[in-house]
Design a protein around this ligand. Structure first.
Ligand code: NAD
Length: 247
């Protein structure tokens, strides 16, 4: 089924992990997909591997924490396809540390990418979506944004902040044909989670009722639903996709 036929989608942080799984799924569902990332080499590799699977995905080098670059990137997508229907604000980083040891740089770097980056991308895309009277914006939050997590003051602040932004933008844009929702993934098997200490990972797995870490595709399918026309009455929601970890 082509649930995103002729839709134009931008996926930030789309060359690895959840973003890459999403780009491949969206392209299979008929969308014209552009992925953003900071590494040209990684972007080119991803586009080549997608092409090997018969999928035509575009890559643009855009750092979501640079507003001028984000605006130029959005214009490039608009010029390429004549519209932008879907924005997946997926790019995110961690710089974990307890409050005692966390540096101002670690705090700021995570705020700049995870929170300000979402603001920049949403601001830039809203110009096109408001003019078209249609849009789907989906933001990557996290279970830790709902419940907190030891050693992640910076990251949790951004993921909780995203939930507040999502609710506010849902109110602002709802009447304009644009929905804004968030997904709160549990612990998903990507590079980000692989960087966690082994004993922390084992402890996390033990807490998940379905008995496993999530796959990137588990989140990609949630993004797909919220990005589809079928979700037109879902607005301002945060969908937990965590194997039941937080029930
Ligand atoms: P990942 O590290 O595997 O991939 C993130 C991608 O974003 C990478 O390609 C990275 O280069 C890119 N990126 C980082 N900063 C960027 C920037 N400023 N501009 C453009 N691209 C940038 O991460 P992931 O695990 O796939 O996570 C995707 C999203 O889901 C993140 O927002 C993350 O916080 C969130 N999330 C992940 C998990 C998990 O368990 N993996 C859990 C909850 C939430």
């Amino acid at each position: 089924m082509n649930r995103l036929e002729n839709k134009v989608a931008v996926i930030t942080g789309g060359t690895a992990g959840i973003g890459a799984a999403t780009a491949l799924l969206f392209a299979r569902e008929g969308a014209k997909v552009t992925v953003w990332g900071r590494s040209e080499k990684r972007g080119e590799e991803f586009v080549r591997s997608a092409a090997g699977q018969g999928l035509d995905i575009a890559y643009d080098k855009v750092d979501t924490s640079d507003f001028e670059g984000v605006k130029a990137g959005m214009k490039k997508v608009y010029d390429r396809y004549g519209k932008i229907d879907i924005l997946i604000n997926n790019a995110g980083i961690t710089r974990d540390s307890t409050m005692k040891k966390m540096t101002v740089e670690q705090w700021q770097e995570v705020i700049d990418v995870n929170l300000t980056g979402v603001f920049y991308c949403t601001k830039a895309v809203s110009e096109y979506m408001l003019a078209a009277g249609y849009g789907r914006i989906v933001n990557a939050s996290s279970v830790v944004g709902l419940y907190g997590n030891f050693g992640q003051t910076n990251y949790v602040a951004t993921k909780a902040g995203i939930i507040g932004m999502t609710k506010t933008l849902a109110r602002e844009f709802g009447r304009k044909g644009i929905t804004v929702n968030a997904v709160a993934p549990g612990f998903i098997a990507t590079d980000m989670v692989a960087a966690m200490p082994e004993e922390v990972l084992a402890g996390m797995k033990a807490k998940v009722p379905v008995g496993r870490l999530g796959d990137p595709e588990d989140i990609a399918y949630a993004y797909l639903y919220l990005a589809s026309d079928e979700a037109s009455y879902v607005n301002g929601a945060t969908l937990s996709v965590d194997g039941g970890m937080t029930v």
